[in-house]
Ligand binder design. Structure first.
Ligand code: T46
Length: 135
């Protein structure tokens, strides 16, 4: 059986007669402090994004609208995740090689990141990823 490598957190929706609300607090629902927020939207059909791991950045991915899929790779162990609820959080550790794909036209993928943007924190070469994180 394949080892599960993803960390999915299911959040409670604080709904009432007016609609829904979901809250994310650092070090509580999100297991780190976040310094940066970005969101991916308007992704063209058939486009695949990501193709990298990180040296230090931890991230939380939430599909706040629509849906998309995430391919995870921990060197030899792979997993496909479907994000389709604003109450599901996917925690990515630095050593999670990830690719996002099959974005629905209305997909808004919200990302909370533990560090400010630094292009040097990216491992975009798969062989380098194996060299850094392999056994
Ligand atoms: C990740 C996945 C989930 C910035 O200038 N600042 C930023 O904070 C970010 C995130 C991006 N950029 C620039 C760098 C590129 O010129 O925006 C452009 C698109 O970024 P990128 O090609 O890295 O996008 P994705 O979708 O491949 O990856 C992004 C994040 O970069 C990455 O950390 O894990 O989303």
């Amino acid at each position: 059986m394949q080892t599960i490598i993803s960390k999915l957190v299911n959040m409670e929706s604080l709904g009432d007669e007016r609609g829904q609300l979901t809250v994310l607090e650092e070090n509580k629902h999100i297991p780190f402090e976040f310094k940066r927020v970005f969101y991916i939207y308007g992704t063209i059909s058939g486009v695949r994004r990501g193709f990298h791991a990180h040296y230090k950045t931890r991230q939380a991915l939430i599909c706040v609208s629509g849906n998309c899929k995430v391919h995870l790779d921990n060197i030899g162990r792979t997993e496909e995740i479907i994000l389709e609820s604003p109450n599901t959080i996917l925690i990515l550790e630095p050593n999670d090689w990830h690719e996002m794909y099959d974005f629905s036209p209305d997909c808004v993928l919200l990302v909370l990141a533990s560090h400010l943007y630094d292009s040097e924190d990216y491992i975009r070469d798969y062989d380098k990823f194996v060299e850094v994180y392999g056994e």
